[in-house]
Unconditional design. Structure first.
Length: 325
């Protein structure tokens, strides 16, 4: 069922001369500008009792604005009983630890059995929130922390915080090759010119920035920590490939297996059989969308990456690490 809403507010005197679309964006700040503009164009906004559909209409201050609209449920998606690993929950947000192999949102090739389907089952009221409250995504085989909003105001605030780069997302990864030092990758990312399911560094793409630092050197690999400024699709994977240090296991972006010389058969098999990008969202920090309290969450590195890291560490101890970088 769609949720009917009717909200009334008054234009402030300080908004004199503003365009109507700008004014209602300030007045009804719990909704996104794009959503408010859709409602405005659809005749859902009244100014002093008169329906106005022109965004450029100027306000003088003191006008009574009535917003009448519907919040559509995510009815087209099925609620499915799939377990979720909940790290934190209150009336406004959910923080979860996503396992590998779990797609976040239905799409081509994955019509169901996603995080969204699970959210609709465990939190039926979340159907009234766009995208079932999902604020940001992780790739199917990337593990780790995600925040989900339970209400429209919470989602709007979190999406804006993400856009303003006020949400800190830190990742742990294992990259191929020995990296000399940390740094910042600032290269635009867009759709790949020929492989349409992939992304690539492109001058026509959207701005993207990734910070990284070296956490541990191995003989032919490097354990790194990364922090996102932006959140483009496949951003870390694309940027690391651009640096010619793709993530171990990430065959889509050039992560071909690299076996250290003289490695044990056990380590050789482990590297060759690691069948996902070695990437985990380890830390998430943001201000609570309602209380403003600063929240910080950590998710332990999953077992497959822990075992692999320990094997690479042991190999390095046994063979020594040549300091030639």
């Amino acid at each position: 069922m769609a949720q009917q809403i009717e909200l009334t507010n008054t234009v402030k005197d300080s908004q004199l001369g503003q365009r109507l679309d700008q004014a209602i964006a300030e007045i009804f700040a719990d909704f996104s500008r794009s959503r408010l503009k859709e409602w405005l164009l659809a005749g859902k906004v009244q100014v002093n009792g008169e329906v106005i559909t022109k965004p450029r209409t100027r306000v003088m201050g003191g006008e009574v604005i009535i917003l009448q609209a519907e919040l559509e449920d995510e009815e087209r998606w099925e609620a499915q009983d799939i377990p979720l690993d909940i790290v934190y929950e209150d009336d406004d947000i959910i923080v979860m630890n996503k396992p590998r192999g779990f797609v976040v949102h239905p799409g081509a090739g994955t019509p169901d059995r996603t995080v969204l389907n699970a959210l609709l089952y465990h939190y039926p009221d979340i159907a009234e929130v766009p995208r079932a409250g999902i604020v940001h995504r992780l790739d199917k085989d990337t593990t780790g922390l995600m925040v989900v909003a339970k209400t429209v105001p919470a989602q709007t605030h979190l999406v804006r915080a993400l856009q303003k780069r006020n949400i800190t997302r830190e990742y742990e990864a294992i990259a191929i090759g020995r990296m000399t030092a940390g740094g910042k990758i600032e290269q635009p990312i867009g759709r790949h010119s020929t492989k349409r399911t992939l992304m690539a560094v492109s001058p026509m793409g959207k701005p993207a920035a990734t910070h990284y630092r070296v956490a541990e050197h191995f003989r032919e690999h490097t354990r790194i920590r990364l922090r996102l400024e932006t959140g483009r699709t496949h951003q870390i994977r694309v940027h690391m490939s651009y640096l010619q240090h793709p993530l171990l296991g990430d065959t889509a972006y050039g992560g071909r297996a690299r076996i250290p010389s003289g490695a044990s058969q056990e380590l050789t098999d482990m590297i060759r059989q690691f069948d996902r990008q070695a990437l985990h969202a380890v830390m998430l920090k943001f201000a609570h969308p309602v209380t403003g309290e600063e929240l910080e969450f950590h998710a332990p590195v999953p077992e497959d990456m822990v075992i692999l890291t320990e094997a690479l560490r042991q190999d390095t101890l046994e063979h020594g690490l040549e300091e030639d970088y």
